[in-house]
Design a protein around this ligand. Sequence first.
Ligand SMILES: C[S@@+](CC[C@H](N)C(=O)[O-])C[C@H]1O[C@@H](n2cnc3c(N)ncnc32)[C@H](O)[C@@H]1O
Length: 208
Amino acid sequence: MARKGNKTGEWARRHMNDPWVKKAVSQGYRSRAVYKFQEIDETDKLVKPGMVVVDLGSAPGGWSQYISRKFGSKVTVIAIDLLEMDYLEHVHFVKGDFQDESVLNQIDAILQDRKIDLVISDMAPNITGVRSSDEALYEGLLDSVLYFCEQRLKPNSHLLVKLFEGSAAHYFRREVKKQYKSGVVRKPAASRPKSREFYFLAKSRLVK
Ligand SMILES: C[S@@+](CC[C@H](N)C(=O)[O-])C[C@H]1O[C@@H](n2cnc3c(N)ncnc32)[C@H](O)[C@@H]1O
């Protein structure tokens, strides 16, 4: 137990001293994750006025908040998370698992007959600690993201996904090659260098 306490203390100390956390607090952002998306958006010019953007795994809401601040009502954001998320102007929030039918129905009701211009996902699977089962669970989650895009993302539109180095990420990148014109890896400055996390931008969904 004591060890767990020390680890929590270490995490809290590291968190409080993190320059990205300090920057997020000073700029009124909900999470340090906002700077990962901001860097990728500025590099790849992802979000544009008139778009419908779906933010999968949105809470506490940094990415949606960034889009809402930058574009206001010019961009429709649909944010989905298992956890509750505080209200954000110009953002439709749906609570639940994006794989559940009831959640998909709510997303479709907001979309009406529109298709999505950009899907962004900062989701991470719940890990059990057993590497092989974690990779299998993660592969399932990534498959659901691809299927979601197949159903609702406009052809020639992009998908940005957080990945963790490993077999599920390899699987995902192989699938992207079949379904998208190209893909690029992004490792923004706010993503901890030691972390296995990176981002993958699948560009231009192909029409089958
Ligand atoms: C790293 S956080 C996202 C941070 C967010 N991008 C921000 O800027 O504040 C990942 C989120 O994904 C959510 N998540 C994981 N699996 C999910 C699923 N199947 N459906 C919906 N949300 C999910 C988690 O609840 C968690 O809040």
